[in-house]
Design a protein around this ligand. Sequence first.
Ligand code: SF4
Length: 621
Amino acid sequence: MKDQNFNFVSSLFRYERQKTATVHVGDVKIGGEYPIRLQSMTDTDTKDTEASVEQIIRIIKAGGDFVRLAVQGLREAENLKIIRAELNRRGYGSTPLVADIHFSPAAAETAIKYVKKVRINPGNFYDPRAKFEKVDYTDEEYRDELASIEERFIPFLHACAERGTALRIGANHGSLSDRIMSRYGDTPAGIVESVMEFLRICKKTDFHNVVISIKASNTRLMVYTVRLMNYRMRLEGMNYPFHIGVTEAGEGEDGRIKSAVGSGALLADGIGDTIRVSLTEDPANEISFARKLVDIFKGREKHAPISAPMISQTNPFEYERRSNRPVSEIGGKKPVVVIASLNNYTLEEVRSLNTGTEPDYYYDGRRIFNKAGRAFPILSLEDYLFNDLYTNQERFIRTNKPEYDVLKAENPEIVEKLKNERKAIIIMESNNLNSFAELRAFFMELDAHICKNPVILHRSYQENDYENLLLKASTDLGGLLIDGYGDGILISNQGTLGYNELKDLSFGLLQASRMRVTRTEFVSCPGCGRTLFELQGTLAEVKKHFRHLDHLKIGVMGCVVNGPGEMGDVDYGYVGSGPGHINLYKGQKLVKRHVPSERAVDELKKLMMDSGDWNDAPIVR
Ligand code: SF4
């Protein structure tokens, strides 16, 4: 067995943390053999010492290893000194602070005196705000800009080295410089290159106390770009640690599923040395969820060995659904289906329980039913191979990779039978501690033999706690969906969680991995010192008015510094433009400027009506 891995990870089938260099953030070390560090960011005004200190202490008490603050300019940078002193006085001297800088090298130069790490955005640290206009750079102009960046960046790196301050080079989808946009557009290659330009200068200067990050609110884009980044670093002999996270994930269940799917897909391949879960909630909540997410992978290296064929997988750097032949309404180019576990209810009973989207199929433990009540049999792999049952009708075969491997070793004809099969859908299961990799290996095995059967991903749990179930299902299945594997999902649970919870989680997983949209997507930032309105209440208000518009993505962002770019591919944006005022966007285009916030929801609704995107909410009786 040989791993085909495109060199973006050391193994596709064996769980291990990727080997990265160690970075020193004060006394806290990131990367190498050190545990995955948890962090969050304050949403207070960094000039407000008391509020910032109080919040930092809450984050530390929740388990944060370090805390980041927004530093817009010199006044915020200077106040870091007072915040640091106050934290020391209250007994929190060992937790390093991190300064978050955009557009202000001067603020960074001041901040490095008071914090142990500075985050800079390569898209706007030295480059001016991108104009989102196509600018043609000649090779010479491009080189000159880079040379000018190098000239300013090298003294900054020397100053960091002198003080022992670490650096994060953190790029975000939607905030690239015009220079990068001119060559690459807002693409994974462009995001990676924007980080590489800065990393090459670090390497040349022998400055290695560097962490990198690449974030996006689109889970797929985030995962592909981080993998590409890891691949590019390996090619250039670099192994800087990764800070990972899905940015602007939103809040509540949707924000958690999105974070677990995106960051979980990376953690499952051992990528990630420090993590931030971005939620539009109290920052301390981010830490508790990040802790649980990281703990899902604890001990995973002890998983049973996984055999895999010598073939390539689907492209790990861009979306490509696994090619397969549809059977009935499953597979091919049809939407990925949800099969809902009846959990001891009858089909008739669950129909009255249905809230939200109705599942495509139902499962009672023995058979699968479509919405019309037609039953499809489920066979074991052995029955499928040896007993000619239900050969002329559509049916499911339930199996797992170890069972398939044993059967295939003694009966190699199984491969030909599956290859020529036109009416069977495989329900693919795994009980391996690393089920993500075992299911991935099973897909590769099928693809190696050109077995084009559609596949339902199935996982069974025994959970009574919804958040635990959410974490397990998202990390087991999310990465596979992102890689284009699976034509349907089926989640079973022996615990107390009911039918609706399993069904809604299934739809949530498909939405978070961008496989199927069934709810309005709210892209909302977590808030920081730049936030210009009360974010959590505003998001709740926006959700209340627009949550029935499930064909739309709506951004709710705290400020115009990063909001417009980072809300990504939303259909409408609601962005703070000043205290008590909002800018409204249609896509990336600013259409209403500085609307008083008490009128902003109505103005957004009017904008949607004028654009033909508004429907009245259905009346709930
Ligand atoms: S969009 Fe603005 S307010 Fe929101 S987290 Fe980003 S920088 Fe802070």
